[in-house]
Design a protein around this ligand. Structure first.
Ligand SMILES: [Zn+2]
Length: 100
């Protein structure tokens, strides 16, 4: 079920319930920066570059978070739900809306 060798540079996120699910976040690519635009109020080329880089990173994080939320929502057994709630509480995220 789990691909043992993700491509180099890939960050693999495993299901915290160890069900075998994972999400692979591939290494950063030029595609990432082509998908975002800099803030309209940047004043220099340097600010534009840094704006694009941080937006691309945030976009990646949002995609990973969405994939994880989507997966966690498939765990509906009360014991699994309790384990997820406990895990979030341990991370100081109790009350986080993870079931979307
Ligand atoms: Zn899982």
């Amino acid at each position: 079920m789990t691909d043992p060798t993700p491509p180099a540079g890939t960050t693999r996120y495993l299901c915290p319930l160890e069900c075998g699910w994972h999400h692979d976040d591939p290494p950063p690519s030029t595609d990432d920066v082509l998908r975002v635009a800099p803030d309209p109020d940047v004043r220099s080329f340097q600010e534009a570059v840094s704006s694009i880089v941080s937006k691309a990173a945030i976009r990646r994080l949002e995609q990973t978070e969405a994939a994880l939320k989507q997966h966690l929502a498939t765990h509906t057994d009360p014991a699994e739900v309790a384990a997820i709630e406990q895990m979030l509480a341990d991370k100081g995220l109790s009350g986080a809306n993870w079931r979307e």
